[in-house]
Design a protein around this ligand. Structure first.
Ligand code: GLP
Length: 248
């Protein structure tokens, strides 16, 4: 596990975008795992800029997003599908038929979860998974208590998560359930980049990197993966040393 520090939020996010761009240039058919949230906005902004500058093409990329709210249609501007379209997919040359976001409206979520997992496998697995982190240490929408072996499924969201994400809902609470890749799905990715910025993530970062490995802090599961890097700004990374740690 590698820990990298950057002086500012933008510097950390742009460095993550540059790393994704580097992987994309080396492997044009890369399978990306993508995340949403405020943290990712500057990452996508930079990727779009690199695309417009002619440096990268998404033409051969396949992508799988981590999660989606249950009950929001894809066209709802607050859905993660809409968010991805407006922040990245509609602004680059990606083939949208190869961009996958969990469906929050399916009648049979269990069947959908299995299908999503099968689609990831059929695409060859995720080469590079981009992750944010919740204030309570969640990854994707795997809240504290989630099984480290869990696969794509519907979960209940914690009150603190609903409150943290209420800004996207005009101050109202978001839907109380989400369809999310499981921690097991995430751990199957070949490389994982975690971007955490801002003071609200400091405790979760410290617990994830330095605390006991426990489902109480889902991101501690990442310590069992052989290829994870944490990209932190001054606020989120305070009190955490740079450098490499072996997987546990
Ligand atoms: C959200 C998403 C996660 C995201 C995290 C942090 O609820 N489900 O995928 O990484 O919580 O979000 P933000 O970047 O807005 O702080």
């Amino acid at each position: 596990m590698q820990v990298k520090h950057f002086p500012t939020t933008v510097a950390a996010a742009y460095a993550v975008a540059d790393r994704i761009a580097e992987r994309l240039k080396a492997t044009p058919k890369i399978v990306l795992g993508l995340a949403t949230g405020v943290t990712m906005e500057p990452v996508y902004e930079r990727l779009v800029a690199l695309h417009r500058a002619g440096e990268i093409s998404f033409a051969n990329v396949t992508s799988f997003n981590l999660d989606e709210y249950v009950g929001l249609p894809p066209v709802d501007p607050r859905s993660y599908r809409s968010t991805m379209d407006s922040q990245l997919f509609d602004l680059v040359d990606i083939d949208k038929s190869r961009t996958f976001v969990p469906d929050g409206l399916v009648a049979d979520p269990k069947a959908f979860g299995s299908r999503y997992e099968a689609m990831i496998r059929e695409a060859g697995g995720i080469d590079l998974q981009l992750l944010g982190i919740g204030r309570n240490g969640h990854i994707g929408f795997n809240e504290p208590g989630a099984d480290f072996a869990a696969r794509t499924r519907v979960v209940d969201l914690e009150k603190s998560t609903l409150e943290a994400n209420s800004a996207f809902f005009g101050g109202a609470l978001p839907p109380t359930q989400a369809m999310t890749m499981g921690i097991g799905t995430i751990l199957d990715s070949r490389e994982i980049i975690v971007l955490a910025t801002g003071a609200t993530k400091r405790d979760a970062v410290r617990a994830s990197l330095l605390g006991d490995i426990t489902p109480d802090c889902p991101a501690t599961a990442l310590r069992r993966h052989p290829n994870v890097s944490w990209w932190l700004d001054a606020e989120s990374g305070a009190g955490v040393a740079s450098g490499s740690l072996a997987a546990e």
